[in-house]
Design a binder for this molecule. Sequence first.
Ligand code: UDP
Length: 213
Amino acid sequence: MTLFGVYGASGCGRGVMPLLRHILPEEAEAVFIDDGDHPPRVNGHRCLTWEAFLADEAETRAACLAIANGAVRARLADTCASAGVGFFSVRAGNVVIMDEVAISPGAILSPFVTLTSNIRIGHHFHANIGSYVEHDCVIGDFVTFAPGVKCNGNIVIEDHAYIGTGAILRQGRPGAPLTIGRGAGVGMGAVVTKDVPPGVTVVGNPAKPLIKD
Ligand code: UDP
């Protein structure tokens, strides 16, 4: 028997558990894994520390990293891989996925997400409620979309980028995609009209680099 663990019992994880429950075989159990201070049960599911998850009597284990911070997901992905824990993906029943979409393991696709055609997505992608990815996009590993992200066609989003709630990314062109660099951030509601360099956070309309006081 496989024990399915949703890693993270906070806001993100509690939004993912119902999606997992929906697709889980009847005899399987879904638990939360959380290293913080949590009660033994969360929303009716056992909440285990990582050590307790590994010590459970299940024959095999698999996890889904339900933590919005991509850097934390990357660290926990290494932890899981070194312990031989595999990954599963979850998606809401109303997610729409069109043609030639390749998604690596560990993805979380929340309700009302749409992925149109000819899209490639890396490991442990999060697309929160109502986000979309249009045609010919390439998305890296550990990328996070908050709710309502509008990712138009011909966009490249590199590893570890974070796109805030309601951000709009302007369509790129074939052979000249709009690029969001590795580890870049896009603030909520931003309208991104040109490339964002790696590690830079942009905000506003049109989006400009955030200057901290
Ligand atoms: N967490 C964990 N192990 C880690 C880092 C974080 O179990 O190494 C848990 C942390 O205890 C918390 C959750 O992940 O319960 C992250 O929750 P947070 O509210 O920060 O973010 P979100 O749920 O929005 O991703």
